[in-house]
Design a protein around this ligand. Structure first.
Ligand code: PEP
Ligand code: MG
Length: 554
């Protein structure tokens, strides 16, 4: 990383900090570069003279957009970017979208307006669905902008070209834009919109790029203004001097160098072992295990295999995907979570339509009540892939509420030849009755993202309720302690695989509560390893007691 030249300092004394949701830790300082504007339609549509020609132009623009995205997908080496780009290209090739465009042109709209109108209708549909689907709106907008720019002969929107590295400030980032993001060119990301599970957040984490989303005041930042981004705290500092900027980037460079050299198993200063594991969603994520010297995978989210599909993938298809992931593990353990569809990740073929409250509805393991074959197919595929690769595979079910559910799933997994089966603790009922669950199941893994949302009754997608979703909330820590202590009594492992596990200041506290492993994104491992190495187990316990007593300002 090079230190950017400061050209235009910000106005002194106007505002010193902007806040958002930090989604990837790290600091960077540099001049702001604003994302290119979205192409606007002229106020008056031009009259349609030849509807067939307009249809041809619109179809060609959509095809060009899809081809461009596919080309970028083939060329990118950014982890996870190819899948995102291919998914966006699929939107551009969607036959029902083309149908809607044709029908708008038939009603008298010129091509660019028809594209805009058709995509707007799809947009409303996704927003209605909410959660994960609503976050896909960015992909749809990207297709619209590229196709409209082509049709109107306007410059393509995208990541700005600059001589020196910069802090990228955008409304939200389109998946296609993230492909050109490299850490030597872009120092940090700040977006006005987006949530912790948007593409921006996922890709920023996989690049290890400091990033803040939902920074609603970022619209006030000016081109060239010198700012400092703290992706851990979720803060943008304005009015930074060139010397301060240079100092921040030097320190960050040192921090990254130290992180890259970080190796070895997780343990406290007095040698208490704490397994450091990775959260992954595909084979690319699995490759990071060796790179950051993690002890394995603590959460393999398998739903990415099912998204954007009209029906479940076949057993054969799943086997080959799982083998691709398991082959990267080289003897290290991998904990696979069975499909967690519903709420923020709905699947049309599995989740009931029109549930009044999907987060409390038929999601996670509950989908097996209606469609048990989707779960049994997945377990069969996992078992076959385990045999074929010789990998150390543990499986766990999401959204387990009762001991009966834990028992049912554990027996089912064992019957499929998967010897280690566990349950995620994401529902307060499961935490309160952790000892009962452990009577039947082999291990527990605490999903603090959902456990926080259900304990504090605060939607995890609602950026405005971030204070309630804070993993330092004593009520959440109480439930973690209860679960971890039940694990210690039963002699079974209890890990944390929600985002809380990636927090260096929280890690010793989780260990002090009795947690045996922490699972996180690759970019967090070195900092968590250091945080644990700095304290003894006795200190972890003292810190845990302080946190349980609520002696930390939230
Ligand atoms: C969690 O809820 O903490 C978790 C790890 O699962 P997900 O974020 O995929 O719901
Ligand atoms: Mg969850």
């Amino acid at each position: 990383m090079t230190t950017p030249a400061a050209e235009v300092p910000g106005p002194p004394g106007v505002r010193s900090h902007l806040s958002g949701i930090g989604v990837c830790p790290g600091r960077a300082a540099g001049p702001v570069a604003l994302m290119g504007p979205r192409p606007q339609l002229p106020a008056e549509p031009s009259p349609v003279v030849d509807a067939d020609a307009e249809i041809q132009a619109a179809v060609a623009a959509m095809t060009l957009t899809a081809e461009d995205l596919e080309r970028r997908a083939a060329a990118t080496s950014v982890p996870g970017a190819a899948e995102v780009l291919e998914a966006t290209a699929m939107i551009a090739r969607d036959p029902s979208l083309e149908e809607a465009i044709r029908s708008a042109i038939a009603k008298g709209e010129p091509a660019a307006w028809a594209v805009d109108r058709a995509i707007d209708a799809f947009r409303a549909l996704l927003l209605d669905l909410g959660g994960y689907m609503a976050e896909r709106v960015g992909d749809l907008d990207d297709v619209r902008d590229r196709a409209v720019a082509t049709l109107l002969g306007l410059p393509m929107p995208g990541v700005p070209e600059r001589d020196a590295p910069y802090i990228l400030v955008a409304d939200d980032l389109a998946p296609a834009d993230t492909v050109t993001l490299t850490t030597d060119r872009v120092l940090a990301l700040v977006t006005l919109r987006g949530g912790p599970t948007s593409h921006t957040a996922i890709l920023a984490r996989s690049l290890g790029l400091p990033a803040i989303v939902a920074c609603t005041d970022a619209g006030s930042l000016r081109e060239g203004e010198l700012v400092e981004v703290d992706g851990g705290a979720g803060e943008v500092r304005v009015g930074v001097t060139p010397d301060e900027a240079a100092d921040t980037n030097r320190r960050e460079q040192d921090r990254r160098a130290a992180k890259a050299a970080s190796r070895g198993p997780g343990r406290t200063a007095d040698g208490h072992p704490v397994a450091l594991l990775l959260n992954i969603g595909d084979a690319t994520g699995a490759a990071a295990v060796a790179k950051v010297d993690a002890e394995g995978v603590g959460l393999f989210r398998t739903e990415f295999l099912y998204l954007d599909r009209q029906d479940a993938p076949s057993v054969d298809e799943q086997v080959s995907l799982y083998m691709g992931v398991f082959n990267q593990m080289a003897g290290r353990k991998i904990v696979v979570r069975t499909l967690d569809a519903g709420a923020d990740k709905p699947l049309p073929f599995l989740n009931p339509e029109g549930e009044p409250n999907p987060a409390l509805g038929v999601r996670g393991l509950r989908t097996a009540r209606r469609s048990p074959e989707v779960l049994t197919d997945q377990l069969a595929a996992l078992s076959l892939a385990q045999t074929a690769t010789g990998a150390v595979v543990w499986v766990m079910a999401p959204m387990v509420a009762t001991a009966a559910e834990a028992r049912w799933f554990t027996d089912l997994a064992h019957d499929h030849g998967l010897p280690v089966a566990g349950a995620m603790v994401e529902i307060p009922a499961a935490a309160l009755r952790a000892a009962d669950l452990l009577a039947y199941t082999d291990f527990l893994s605490i999903g603090t993202n959902d456990l926080a949302q259900y304990t504090l009754a605060a939607d995890r997608m609602a950026g405005a309720l971030a204070d309630l979703l804070d993993p330092w909330q004593p009520a959440l820590l109480d439930l973690i302690r209860l679960t971890a202590q039940a694990g210690l009594a039963a002699g079974k492992s209890v890990g944390v695989c929600g985002e809380a596990a990636a927090s260096p200041p929280l890690a010793p506290i989780l260990v002090g509560l009795g947690v045996t492993s922490l699972s996180m994104s690759a970019s967090a491992v070195a900092d968590v390893r250091d945080a644990l190495a700095a304290v003894t187990l006795a200190q972890c316990r003292e810190m845990a007691n302080e946190a349980l007593a609520g002696r930390r300002s939230l």
